[in-house]
Design a protein around this ligand. Structure first.
Ligand SMILES: Cc1ncc(COP(=O)(O)O)c(C=O)c1O
Ligand SMILES: [Zn+2]
Length: 475
């Protein structure tokens, strides 16, 4: 008899079901709650109902053995070992045959130090885990390899997602690798071209609906109850199993020294929750002695979690009509808000918001470090500055920003910023003189010149603050 490696547990009422018994919308029929994937070794908090099956210590994987095994797999030539997600498969046993997983060798993303951004924020130590360096250019790949592998193993032919762009790019790529058909629902006109082009390139059927992201989710949720289409939005808990693995990789890169603080952007609010699950599991298994704080930053124009915390302490979600140029997080009614709230509460982090102007400034500052990211990722630095200014993060605390998307995902935004065309006149008028000066020092628009050596020379002189027309002396 085959032994189940995992179950799904409702995050609201605690009901447990077999992974294969889940309905098409990934919601508990009793209470509409979302599910967590749990394992025989999972820690079931006593506060959660139905936590009656205690984890057996004998089933706990051994931390030293895990560290050794994960390191060993780095030298393997097998695709499943080369994946920065499946290398950690001992902590996500969600498929029966790991050698058949659908992988583009996701994960394995770099950790960069950002000394100039640290100084700007007022702290000594700042790193960025760049999830935009994944195969399709965003962190979504880590979740997609996991959930798409489950879809393929369960013999689905069609998969679908509603997306602000990055999920659809990732889903289309992984579906194509697996030979599955994919359908993308995107909001009309509110998606970066780079992302839309990826879905087409990977052969997805792209449906652009005359609504926003939240409207796309409504339609798709209805459709999957009528057709055998596998839903790949982040309500699918297998996505979060993949998205928790950057927490493992990060700690490995830091030689298991736990930073004080992790900062993530918040849109549909699954990613902060996924990382919190990863850190919590590592702590439970004895891989790390404590859990870092996780803070979630939203755009001011798409801030339902921030507003709900301010106005009712997170009792109820206050959906908003979302509007931000950081289109990846243009989400007004986030599905995973309760999971995100749990992540904030269990780790002791905060929820902040960043204005359009603060996001643009932070993005330019990350770019000026030679790292770059898409606008949604830059909310992390904008939020960090605020948390430091409020005294919630102190100078000596070690902070890691999760940069979720590659700078090339939304080059229109970057070009408009550098040309001084991103903001309306009314918005520009609101920017303080000191911030205007900061923007001016960061903007690098292309300089259009006559093809004449003297003209070029004079222009360079003014930029380099030196006289080039005189002979250069070396003495
Ligand atoms: C680049 C980028 N950053 C952040 C997010 C937000 O992640 P989540 O929806 O899990 O909060 C998304 C996707 O929605 C994204 O594409
Ligand atoms: Zn339930």
């Amino acid at each position: 008899m085959k032994v189940a490696t995992h179950q799904l547990r409702c995050t609201e009422c605690g009901t447990r079901i077999a992974g294969s018994a889940v309905n098409s919308i990934f919601r508990c029929p009793e209470c509409n709650g979302l599910y967590d994937v749990i394992y025989p070794w999972s820690l079931i908090p006593p506060s959660i109902p139905n936590g009656d099956i205690p984890a057996s210590d004998s089933k706990l994987p051994n931390p030293s053995a895990l560290r050794w095994l994960w390191q060993e797999r780095r030298t393997s030539t097998m695709p499943v070992d080369q994946s920065g997600v499946w290398r950690f498969r001992d902590l996500l046993p969600i498929v029966d045959n790991p050698e058949d997983v659908v992988t583009l060798r996701e994960g394995n993303t770099p950790l960069y130090d950002l000394p100039r951004c640290a100084k700007l924020a007022g702290i000594d130590w700042l790193l960025a885990k760049h999830q935009g360096m994944n195969p399709t250019g965003s962190f979504k790949d880590t979740g997609m390899t996991a959930a798409l592998s489950v879809a393929a193993e369960r013999k689905f032919e069609w998969v679908a997602c509603a997306s602000t762009g990055n999920t659809s790019a990732a889903m289309a790529a992984y579906a194509a690798r697996a030979g599955l058909r994919s359908i993308v629902f995107i909001p009309e006109g509110k998606i970066a071209w780079g992302k839309l082009s990826q879905s087409m390139d990977y052969g997805a059927l792209t449906l652009q609906l005359k609504t926003d992201f939240d409207g796309c989710v409504r339609i798709l949720t209805d459709l999957v109850t009528r057709f055998p289409i596998y839903l790949l939005n982040s309500v699918n808990p297998y996505r979060l199993e993949g998205q928790k693995t950057p927490a493992f990789e990060l700690l490995e890169q830091l030689e298991w020294q736990v930073p004080e603080h992790i900062i993530v952007p918040g849109g549909n609010l699954a990613n902060g929750a996924a990382l919190a699950k990863g850190f919590t599991e590592m702590h439970h298994l004895g891989l790390i002695p404590r859990i870092p704080k996780i803070s979630i930053i939203q755009a001011e124009g798409a801030n339902p979690l921030y507003r709900s915390l301010q106005e009712n302490g997170g009792e109820e979600l206050i959906p908003v009509k979302a509007n931000t140029r950081a289109t990846a997080i243009r989400i007004g009614n986030p599905a995973s808000w309760r999971k995100a709230l749990r992540a904030l509460r269990t780790t002791g982090g905060w929820c902040e918001q960043a204005s359009e102007q603060e996001i643009a400034l932070a993005k330019a500052q990350i770019g000026a470090e030679g790292v770059g990211c898409e606008p949604a990722s830059a909310v992390t630095l904008a939020g960090l500055k605020k948390l430091v200014a409020q005294g919630k993060i102190t100078r000596e605390e070690r902070v890691v920003l999760i940069l979720t998307g590659h700078t090339l995902k939304d080059s229109d935004y970057t070009i408009n910023y550098h040309r001084g065309e991103l903001f309306t006149e009314a918005e520009n008028a609101e920017i303080s003189t000191s911030d205007q000066a900061l923007h001016a020092s960061l903007r690098k628009p292309p300089v259009v010149l006559e093809a004449d050596s003297d003209v070029v020379l004079h222009t360079l002189e003014s930029h380099m603050n030196m006289k080039l027309s005189q002979p250069v002396t070396t003495a």
